[in-house]
Design a protein around this ligand. Structure first.
Ligand SMILES: *Cc1c(COP(=O)(O)O)cnc(C)c1O
Length: 222
């Protein structure tokens, strides 16, 4: 299967409300260009330096989504161009993105990463940490970020039931957060969940952004 046919196969499974983030981390520019030529414009990366090098050498109408674990000292390298940051997991990080976005003269769409998996290895805020972050109104003073939704990763397991339950809990939490803190804001509408092995389950549970890598580009060579 070619990258193009993989891509088209996945796109054919997405309802109109769902957008595809093609996760191109560890894949070369040539592979990205194959997907680009098949019409894909949103790409996801998990390392700031790798994403920045790709941004500099690839077509400028690509929308770069940062999906990895972000360190505050790396934020400034991507604020001039990044389209969305999926992994905000602290107020401190949100402040740094705001500060750097201001320098770049931009407002950057951000997703709060929520921890839903039964694993120790995934980053993110617990439900309570997220409620606390938003209950304190300080974030409303940050004019150069826009909180546009939530992101989460399910446990890496064969149990469809468990994955479904985790996505369902994130969808319910999304509704709670929207009603409690963003009732007046139409911008808060994105729910980023679903990867190669579980994106159909995520879509069934209300995802609006799926992040699919290996199903498009093949297994990664780390
Ligand atoms: C790597 C990665 C993906 C894509 O994973 P695949 O299993 O290759 O689809 C999605 N989301 C995040 C946060 C990732 O780091």
């Amino acid at each position: 299967m070619s990258i193009k046919s993989n891509l088209l196969e996945i796109l054919s499974q997405l309802p109109a409300r769902v957008r595809l983030v093609a996760v191109s981390k560890f894949n070369p520019n040539e592979s990205i260009m194959e997907a680009y030529e098949a019409g894909q414009r949103i790409f996801g990366e998990s390392k700031v330096q790798e994403m920045t090098e790709k941004y500099e050498s690839l077509p400028k109408d690509i929308e770069w989504h940062f999906i990895g674990h972000l360190q505050t000292n790396k934020v400034k390298y991507m604020t001039p161009y990044v389209s969305m940051i999926h992994g905000i997991d602290s107020y401190k990080l949100l402040c740094e993105v705001d500060k750097q976005a201001k320098k770049a003269g931009r407002v950057i769409p951000c997703l709060l990463q929520i921890y839903i998996a039964q694993e120790d290895t995934k980053f993110g805020l617990s439900f309570d940490e997220c409620r606390d972050l938003l209950s304190n109104n300080n974030w409303k003073e940050l004019k150069n970020i826009s909180i546009v939704g939530l992101m989460g990763m399910a446990t890496n397991t064969d149990s469809q039931k468990q994955i479904e339950a985790e996505f369902c809990s994130l969808n319910n939490f999304f509704t709670e957060i929207k009603q409690t803190f963003f009732a007046q804001e139409s911008n808060f509408k994105e729910l980023s969940m679903g990867m190669s092995h579980d994106f159909p389950l995520a879509i069934a549970q209300g995802s609006t952004l799926v992040r699919v890598g290996s199903k498009i580009f093949g297994e990664r060579n780390y």
